[in-house]
Design a protein around this ligand. Structure first.
Ligand code: PLP
Length: 315
């Protein structure tokens, strides 16, 4: 059975039928997701001054919860954002967001924004009241079943990712206009998704995924200029488990085009082959053995007690 088929895609709980199935925690209250609102004046919206993270729940358990919470708290610290409770309090709200609507396959997202200025309309970020939003939505794959089966066709954008020197890419952020123009370019070129180069033309990442190439019996993923994906971290561990040397390094476009195998990895889909780049076929044009093996192992880890945090739904 495919992973997509295992997921209960239509897990609309009765109490929210007809609405977006999920709930949000905003300003200390749980609300139906469809009613959750952000102020027009919030700096998260006005200035992109915010950070977020996305954890997944699969078959009723968080996957690598601590990694997502650690990354979120570290992003908040780098941006000098604060929230109304500690780590345990955050995990409690995240858990409630999955438990209350009965979502067993979900994304639990959290966003912390700089928030609202005081009535004086101060332009001093230190005066803003930071806002935390936590919400759940049903788990959905980033790619279609067909794309998972045949591998993703990527387009390397003609313009670079916002340089690391300007916006720290290890902070998961909503400053995404570089990706958005790249995605339009990819669609115009007939590709499924964009992958961004850096200022030197080396491969960085896509909107929500990291990239790996396997060449000469070794796996490499870009070490700088990218968000440090939790899935990337898991893949590095899986490579070690199967005795495949893996490292963080530099990947040129040529490395990608001439790879023995290439794949992307994301919380929103696991390990998925990359089989075409800029209209050129990678390897034999189908996801190959190691890619498929890593994806199988990735999903198998969703039942490994060392990787998961079960949620008590009380049923
Ligand atoms: C979220 C994200 C990823 C993937 O991270 P995971 O933790 O593996 O889901 C990669 N790149 C960017 C830009 C992202 O926002």
């Amino acid at each position: 059975m495919s992973v997509a088929a295992q997921l209960n895609q239509d897990n609309t709980p009765p109490e929210t039928a007809g609405e977006i199935p999920g709930i949000a925690w905003v300003n200390g209250e749980f609300q139906p997701l469809s009613e959750a609102k952000l102020s027009l004046l919030d700096w998260g919206f006005v200035r992109g001054d915010c950070t977020y993270d996305v954890a997944s729940v699969f078959k009723g358990a968080f996957f690598r919860l601590d990694d997502h919470v650690d990354r979120f708290l570290s992003s908040m610290a780098k941006l000098r954002l604060t929230m109304p409770f500690d780590r345990d309090g955050l995990i409690e709200v995240m858990t409630e967001c999955a438990r209350r609507p009965g979502l067993r396959d979900a994304f639990v997202k959290m966003v912390c924004t700089r928030g609202l200025q005081p009535p004086s309309f101060s332009r001093n970020p230190r005066d803003a009241l930071n806002q935390l939003f936590v919400y759940s939505v049903p788990y959905t794959f980033f790619m279609t079943e067909e794309q998972r089966a045949r591998g993703m066709h990527l387009h390397v954008a003609s313009t670079p990712r916002i340089p690391t020197e300007c916006i720290d890419p290890t902070i998961k952020n909503y400053n995404r206009l570089d990706f958005v123009s790249g995605i339009f370019e990819a669609y115009d070129a007939g590709a499924d998704q964009v992958v961004m180069p850096d200022m030197h033309g080396n491969i960085t990442e896509g909107l929500g995924f990291n990239v790996f190439v396997i060449r000469d019996g070794r796996a490499t993923s870009p070490g700088t200029g990218v968000l440090e994906g939790v899935t990337r971290k898991v893949v590095l561990e899986l490579c070690e488990d199967i005795g495949l040397p893996a490292r963080l390094g530099t990947i040129s476009v040529e490395d990608l085009l001439s790879a023995d195998e290439a794949f992307l990895c994301t919380t929103a889909g696991g390990v998925v082959g990359i089989t075409e780049v800029n209209g050129r076929t990678i390897a034999n044009g189908m996801p190959r053995e190691t890619t498929r093996r890593l994806d199988d192992l990735y999903w198998a880890k969703h039942e490994d007690p060392a990787y998961i945090t079960p949620i008590d739904y009380g049923t």
